[in-house]
Design a protein around this ligand. Structure first.
Ligand code: XIL
Length: 369
């Protein structure tokens, strides 16, 4: 028995040695200090696509660490919240532009593009868009008129400044493996008029700025049950001459994301002749929601991101003929909408100090060896 235990522990030790020696050979050991050379993200991908970040107005100051980081690494911005309907037109007929303007102004000063997010959504949209003073849903005519007025006003204001709009956000039903339910039927937009609001929103946006790129944007869009619905929607829009230029894949993924799912999705949309943007990229360190949360960035998380991030970026480079933008849903790991107490997600290439993470250097190797 004793002998058996001894043999067993030797075997375990040998196996550990083999595992530690056989980690993929082009995974660089972590730097011991910060002075490894890195190339800013926007430089790295300059021949392929703009690199964006979702921002808040208080980032719009070159004297702050966030402002400086934006200028160093990013050449595209999107408002994380302040261009949503509840931010721009909380009260019917009263528009609040200050915050959105700050982002557009900062982008101009620093030679960055701006994506507009978002014109039509069931969430972060004031009730007056949907309900009358008695709490009843508006008629389709009233709701459509209000949507037209909102889209026309917002898109016209930023004509020439916002180069791409998420015209409709998250209109498809999310979890439905059997494919029975197509649209998000609990959206008040849908309850009022069925899917007609989708078509109209694109028409209004095109009319207000014929040069802006118009996107349909959604999450979970790389999974078969949802990507096929999005495909059918976009095909229907195109067949009906509704102006749509592209599909935004939000990219709220985790380190277990499947290469095949992403490639299959990009192949599918390539057939439709639309451009693709990754619009809200954040790569959680957890493999599933069942995995226990952590407040610290563990070695395991680091290793996972060192493998998953270059895998993803390699795919995006492979499809850079149809990918016209990649936007992170934040800047660095210090702030992300994903975090909860006891469960931080560390989803970006820049750490909490806004410094490149080891995964960043792995991504860099895809381009500069
Ligand atoms: C999120 C913001 O990050 C949060 O700050 C806000 O509280 C809720 O919305 N899909 C979208 C984004 O299209 O607008 C969402 O942004 C994240 C999911």
């Amino acid at each position: 028995m004793k002998n058996y235990t001894c043999h067993f522990s030797m075997l375990v030790a040998i196996m550990l040695l083999i595992i530690s020696c056989s980690s993929p050979e082009d995974i660089t050991p972590d730097p011991v200090n910060d002075d490894r050379e890195y190339i800013p993200l926007k430089e790295l991908f300059k021949d392929h696509f703009p690199i964006g970040a979702a921002v808040t107005p208080n980032h719009m100051d070159s004297r702050t660490p966030h402002g400086r980081t934006l200028i160093e690494h990013f050449n595209s911005l999107v408002a994380e919240n302040v261009m949503k309907p509840d931010a721009l037109q909380r009260v019917k007929g009263t528009y609040t532009w200050t915050n959105a303007d700050r982002i557009v102004q900062f982008a101009k000063e620093n030679d960055m593009k701006v994506r507009g997010h978002t014109l039509t959504w069931h969430s972060q949209t004031p009730d007056w868009f949907f309900y009358d003073e008695n709490g009843d849903l508006h008629t389709p005519e009233v709701a459509m008129k209000q949507l037209e007025e909102h889209i026309t006003t917002v898109v016209s204001r930023y004509k020439g400044d916002v180069y791409a709009w998420d015209v409709v956000n998250e209109a498809m039903f999310d979890w439905d493996p059997n494919g029975q339910i197509i649209y998000r039927e609990d959206s008040p937009w849908y309850k009022i008029m069925g899917p007609a609001y989708i078509d109209s929103a694109f028409v209004y946006a095109r009319r207000a700025d014929p040069d802006a790129k118009l996107f349909y944007n959604d999450y979970n869009s790389i999974f078969s049950w949802k990507r096929n619905k999005i495909y059918d929607l976009v095909k229907r829009l195109k067949d009906n001459n509704i102006p749509i230029d592209g599909v935004g894949l939000q990219g709220h993924w985790n380190v277990g994301v499947s290469e095949q799912d992403i490639r299959t999705t990009l192949d599918l949309f390539r057939d439709l002749g639309v451009e693709i943007q990754i619009t809200e990229l954040d790569l959680s360190v957890y493999l599933s929601s069942d995995e226990p949360g952590s407040e610290v960035y563990t070695d395991a998380f680091n290793l996972r991101q060192k493998i998953a991030y270059p895998m993803i970026m390699k795919i995006l480079l492979d499809y850079s003929d149809i990918i016209t933008g990649v936007t992170f849903w934040g800047i660095g790991d210090d702030v992300t909408w994903l975090d909860r107490p006891g469960r931080r997600h560390f989803p970006f290439l820049l750490d909490e100090q806004l410094k490149p993470k080891p995964a960043y250097l792995e991504v860099q190797k895809l381009i500069r060896r």
